[in-house]
Design a protein around this ligand. Structure first.
Ligand SMILES: Nc1ncnc2c1ncn2[C@@H]1O[C@H](COP(=O)(O)OP(=O)(O)OP(=O)(O)O)[C@@H](O)[C@H]1O
Ligand SMILES: [Mg+2]
Length: 265
């Protein structure tokens, strides 16, 4: 069975793309067969892997084929390593989001594309890197997913944004995808030397307490936490995951322990 997971948070720059890439890379090293989908019109994930989505069939062209009831064109799977594949993103995805307005069952298009991909290939996990918004693309991603991982940074822990995201996920669960569950919150870019980080984790725990009281939902904070390291950005300039760029780096190790925690939960 393929598990489909969206990495999502409408807040920008919290480490969604970095998490999608490094979680997938860590899983691929464990022998899991992974498909990454770059579902952000910024196409940062494709750029980080050195892939130009404009030149090949990409997630936008697959969605257009689906909307037009055509067969999916060939050649959309890009091989990153032995166990890791990518469906590239493209800036044109922004246009698709706008044109979805007039499409019947517009929330289901990505789900239908993924259904066809699942039937054809045998992935253990499909990981979707979402854009920083709660728009129609993210609704498509959540409708297509079995679960959600929510990266959060210690600098950004306002309860409001998180509660809004959780409420959106619950709305999708009610109306479009009863199957979806929230795997948990992953703290990224944590500065271990700051006492502040401790306070911020407390504040995040207060938020999950509030969510439990107000919405009746128990949301887990993953034990693994991702520290800050400049190597993360350097790796991207080399078009690599941090794990490939510097395996012994603290970010590499923390993503590997997160991968273990996530698949064994
Ligand atoms: N653990 C880390 N340590 C240091 N820098 C990091 C770390 N994780 C991510 N970054 C950097 O922070 C920036 C934002 O990360 P990333 O692109 O993964 O966030 P995002 O949530 O996908 O952003 P967007 O919302 O724009 O898609 C990037 O420059 C990335 O290299
Ligand atoms: Mg991103």
């Amino acid at each position: 069975m393929t598990k489909v997971t969206a990495i999502t948070n409408q807040k920008g720059g919290v480490g969604k793309t970095t998490t999608a890439l490094n979680l997938s890379y860590a899983l691929s090293l464990k022998g899991k067969i992974i498909l990454l989908i770059d579902f952000d019109p910024q196409a940062s994930l494709s750029v980080a892997l050195g892939i130009d989505g404009e030149k090949i069939p990409n997630i936008q062209s697959l969605m257009l084929s689906e909307i037009e009831d055509k067969e999916l064109e060939e050649g959309y799977i890009v091989n990153i390593n032995e166990n890791l594949d990518l469906i590239a993103g493209t800036l044109d995805l922004a246009g698709t989001e706008a044109s979805l307005v007039n499409v019947m069952s517009r929330e289901m298009i990505l789900k239908d594309v993924i259904g066809k991909v699942k039937n054809k290939y045998n992935y253990d996990y499909i990981i979707i890197d979402c854009s920083p918004s709660l728009g129609m693309l993210t609704i498509n991603a959540l409708t297509a997913s079995d679960s959600v991982i929510i990266p959060v940074t210690p600098e950004y822990l306002p309860a409001k944004g998180l509660i809004l995201l959780i409420k959106s996920i619950l709305k999708i669960k009610k109306r479009l995808n009863s199957n979806i569950s929230i795997d948990g919150l992953l703290i990224t870019m944590m500065n271990e030397r700051l006492n502040l980080s401790k306070n911020m984790i407390n504040s995040l725990e207060n938020t999950t307490d509030t969510i439990r009281e107000k919405i009746g939902l128990d949301i887990k904070i993953f034990k693994s936490k991702i520290p800050i390291s400049v190597r993360t950005g350097e790796a991207i300039l080399q078009q690599k995951s941090v794990i490939e760029y510097e395996p012994e780096n603290k970010v590499s190790k923390s993503y590997q322990s997160f991968a273990d925690e996530w698949i064994n939960k």
